[in-house]
Design a protein around this ligand. Sequence first.
Ligand SMILES: Cc1cc2nc3c(=O)[nH]c(=O)nc-3n(C[C@H](O)[C@H](O)[C@H](O)COP(=O)(O)OP(=O)(O)OC[C@H]3O[C@@H](n4cnc5c(N)ncnc54)[C@H](O)[C@@H]3O)c2cc1C
Length: 417
Amino acid sequence: MGGWGDAGVSRGIDIVARRVSMGCMGITALTWARTAIGMGWGMAEMIVIGGGVVGQSAAYQLARGGVAVTLIDRADVGQATAAGAGIISPGTGALGAGPLLPLASAAVAFYPDLLAHLAEDGETDTGFAICGGLFVATDEEEAAQLPARFRAIEERRAAGLRNIGTVAILDGREARRLFPPLADIPGAIHLSEVGRVNGRLLRDALRRAATRRGATLVEGSAEIVYSGGRATGVRVAGREIAADAVIITGGAWTNRLGEALGVTLPIYPQRGQIIHLDLPGVMTGKWPVILGSHSHYILAFPESRVVAGATREHDSGYDPRMTAGGVHEALGEALRVAPGLSGATLHEVRIGLRPASPDGLPILGALPGLDNVFVATGHGPSGLQLGPHSGAMVAGMAQGRAAGLDLGPFAATRFAK
Ligand SMILES: Cc1cc2nc3c(=O)[nH]c(=O)nc-3n(C[C@H](O)[C@H](O)[C@H](O)COP(=O)(O)OP(=O)(O)OC[C@H]3O[C@@H](n4cnc5c(N)ncnc54)[C@H](O)[C@@H]3O)c2cc1C
């Protein structure tokens, strides 16, 4: 493992690295030019720190693009990806007219390509499925708001947002036909193309595919080594790995990497406790996701699994414990909306620390002050939906490609003191 010069020498390839200025984003990045003697693409050395869904996606894209990449992961207890529910439903989220909407739009449009690429690489087991969703009203007050919600969803669909599909208002009986444990609710909006993914399976599929394409995985705690305004590599387990570019995808722990570099990345852990239930003998694989005007939800996976979540605990700190209050909240809300689940087997409680940011927006793009360091984090409750795309996007930026989106609202500089 060496710098990009070493890589070129060791592979006998005349690599030309060009620094380009990415004018509109005001950053610089490395691009790689084809060798003069036509021996194919030169190999850059890039390091990704963090092995959740965002980091695995970045590493996979780099490996797929022929870049020599090393992913370093500490596998912290509380990794968000390992606990995430996996709802893919930008049409129902509280995205407003803000910058999250174009980001979510690009992210869900990216999913089919990602899944196709993974399938080409022999990875089809991600748990991704289009299962539909029910936005439920649990009382008359919420029912009165369904028509306005319906119009807002239709507007998003008309604007080209995916994962919405056909939209219809259903009465309680029709809703229960789709999700039998539901309470006697007054009504719901059905969206035919809401999706779900299994975060653990997707993360592992990305990791295996990246490894097969030559990515190196290192377990340990990484520290960025820098001098003269750029990272020179990463220190892990007492050794130093040289790098041309470093991508930070450290989830809720990203702030610590920022602190070591003197850059403010005010990501904090937001604990989520989520309940896994089993309904033995019941085929749940086609049940829709249950959403509503509160932050709780229920979704199902094949074959008899129902997942009910989740708490959003802003003051949890780095404490990935299951608490009596958290379990009570998540279970109580699930049983209020779907009392038919009361006889289910309590299989497991998963706990994850979401990477939350003070303004609810992710941090994406170049890191101020170090011109070959990039960051993708802060996706909070939407990282399984947004994260694969964000990882791919910063991987592209690290290779000198444009983001394809206005990343101004997501720049780390917005937190500069
Ligand atoms: C209960 C719950 C439900 C959720 N439901 C949904 C949902 O329905 N839909 C959705 O889109 N999203 C959901 N999310 C959010 C989503 O899971 C997260 O936003 C996403 O997984 C974050 O991924 P990440 O890769 O940024 O971070 P993580 O998955 O937390 O991974 C970060 C990794 O970086 C490693 N790391 C950190 N620092 C270092 C270092 N210095 N050296 C080496 N390694 C390091 C950590 O050990 C960790 O493995 C949910 C989250 C939770 C907790």
